[in-house]
Design a protein around this ligand. Sequence first.
Ligand code: NDP
Length: 304
Amino acid sequence: MTSDLIIIGSGPAGLTAAIYAARANLNPVVIAGTSWGGQLMTTTEVENYPGFIDGILGPELMERMLKQAEKFGAKIVYENATRIEKKEKFIVYTHQSQYFGKSVIVATGASPKKLGIKGEEEFWGKGVSSCATCDGAFFKNKVVAVIGGGDSAMEEATFLTRFASKVHIIHRKGEFRASKFMQERAKSNPKIEFILNSIVKEVQGETVVKNILIENVLSNESNNLTVDGVFLAIGHIPITDFLGNQIELTETGYIKSADGVKTSVEGVFVAGDVEDYKYRQAITAAGAGCKAALEAEKWLAGHV
Ligand code: NDP
């Protein structure tokens, strides 16, 4: 199948790019993935996406974006991109097929790293989260734990003190890799308490999180900590495996961009969390998807 534009990824970035590209008559093909929709498919209430006064469920928001893209003619294929090749055109391979495009937008996102412990999946979206900006407001006057020792952990913990009555930062080492400034800000916040040299072994609860099992790695002592929420801040993994070495990445594995959307390969654009390690919001990803589609459209106009 040949198209002007192939969009790889179907989160807010990919689907917004699809809406814009379809309305510009670029007949985009969206390689959506076998499990499409991105991170919002595993969230519950989204209260900060503009236009939804009473909030909207993450999967419903994605369903709406998908339908909107299809309404304007985007073709969605539920396959995983395995490889991309540049010949006369770009070829995107999936396990089942090959798609030919004059240009490509990579919007494959990033997966939050997980601990891989008992209860983590079961309570995902029911107290376990990887985004304080998204879910912090659900924890008014509650006790939460933030796992990690980097800048994200410090930033998320500090942000969560706006809502929570207490925030525990739990870190597996005795010192942090977070910048001095971020550490100091967290340390001077009276609502934040530190539990160091400790790992979380299990998340427990009923319908929602009730407590976590912690083990001190120096003493091997275990204890139960009562919390209402667990925020993972242990890093993200940008999804770029299928690109091989063809597009320049940053030291931390994100796609390197000029202007946020142009990659090192002409005709290949990027949008969303696979490029943006900082903001990671549905709305910023959607904005990036819009920008990437507009840039692709402009580029295609000069490369007929
Ligand atoms: P980082 O990779 O910097 O930190 C991850 C933290 O999680 C580390 O402390 C690490 O521990 C810990 N960790 C990793 N895996 C596990 C595990 N399985 N169990 C327990 N702990 C684990 O990620 P961040 O998201 O914090 O930051 C990513 C990048 O974004 C950095 O460059 C950061 O500076 C930047 N950033 C900047 C911000 C700002 O300037 N405002 C805000 C947020 C991020 P250990 O230290 O032992 O390896």
